[in-house]
Ligand binder design. Structure first.
Ligand SMILES: [Zn+2]
Length: 319
């Protein structure tokens, strides 16, 4: 279930091979003089844990050597596995400060995945139980708040020979960070960049996680980094970091164009727009894709171009 990539002898990239939700996030393992640092943890299941443990064992190390776990953001497919590791070790837990609320509060997690604004315009989602879905797919995931130390944008994390700088990239999740190792040109792109090898799940964003404009701002901010090796949280390593930034940007702009084109033909509901953007299968597995559509509608509203009549939307053409 996890493919072991030995990037350096002290830097492992564990690539989860699933492509459809629920997919565990990839995991990175870094070795230092004190033991192991784990970055993200996968799902809270014995199978996910065993997959990570097997990769670590294949390098002659053991889960018991883990002294630090860094979480890239507060989504359940990244943080739920912590519960499994806590059965074996008592590591220092680190998480972006702005991710702490959704990692420790079920209600806030639910609101960021499927905001109330989405429930109001997609009636079939009004009572959708996001938390029950996450418990079924990712396992119990809520982090114990008292035990987490928070990190902020610009923080430098010295892990063995690697000094990673935390780069805030809100949009997908308010606290999401990428981690950049400038000396060696390594970027951990986490959930921020689209990766064809991981299916079409990313980029994902909701208006309560940053929305369209903030996501595009984050992309502009990271486009010029000098990156030789880039590793995402879903799918395999990127061949070309800047191309991945450009493709992510295009994916967002294309969704905006599709929605504007549809709305210029005539009034549509959010669910009707969803069907122009995502496959029926994707909507069935992840009903919270409607949150992306709503984020685009929110952008149109902010720009003064959205006309709403009940649950139907159309567009005001600015002249
Ligand atoms: Zn995520």
């Amino acid at each position: 279930m996890y493919k072991l990539n030995v990037v350096r002898e002290d830097f492992l990239f564990l690539e989860f091979d699933g492509r459809r939700w629920p997919t565990a996030a990839n995991v990175w393992v870094i070795f230092d003089h004190d033991g192991l640092i784990l970055i993200d943890t996968g799902l809270n299941s014995e199978e996910s844990f065993a997959g990570i443990a097997a990769c670590i064992a294949a390098t002659g190390h053991a889960v018991e050597e883990i002294h630090t776990i860094l979480l890239t953001h507060g989504h359940t497919d990244h943080i739920a596995g912590v519960q499994q590791f806590l059965k074996h070790v008592t590591p220092r837990l680190m998480l972006p400060a702005q991710s702490l609320p959704i990692a420790t509060s079920p209600d806030l997690q639910s609101e960021q995945i499927l905001p109330q604004a989405v429930r109001e315009i997609v009636p079939e989602l009004a009572d959708f139980d996001v938390l029950d879905n996450f418990r079924q797919t990712c396992g119990e995931w809520v982090l114990p708040e008292a035990d987490v130390s928070v990190i902020h944008g610009g923080d430098r994390l010295q892990f063995g020979q690697y000094c990673f700088v935390a780069i805030p990239v809100p949009g997908h999740e308010v606290g999401l960070m990428m981690f950049y190792e400038g000396d060696q040109g390594i970027m951990l792109t986490t959930d921020f960049l689209r990766n064809d090898g991981a299916g079409a799940a990313l980029p994902w964003y909701s208006s309560s996680a940053g929305g369209v404009d903030l996501y595009l701002e984050s992309l502009a901010k990271v486009a010029e980094f000098s990156v030789q090796e880039a590793f995402p949280s879903h799918g395999g390593a990127f061949n070309d970091y800047r191309a991945a930034v450009a493709e992510t940007h295009s994916a967002i702009v294309n969704r905006q164009k599709i929605i504007e084109k549809q709305l210029s033909v005539g009034p549509q509901t959010c669910r009707e727009l969803d069907r122009h953007l995502y496959s029926a299968r994707a909507l069935e597995l992840c009903p919270w894709y409607s949150s992306v559509t709503e984020a685009h509608l929110a952008k149109l509203e902010k720009d003064g171009r959205l006309i709403r009549e009940g649950l139907r939307f159309s567009i005001a053409n600015l002249t």
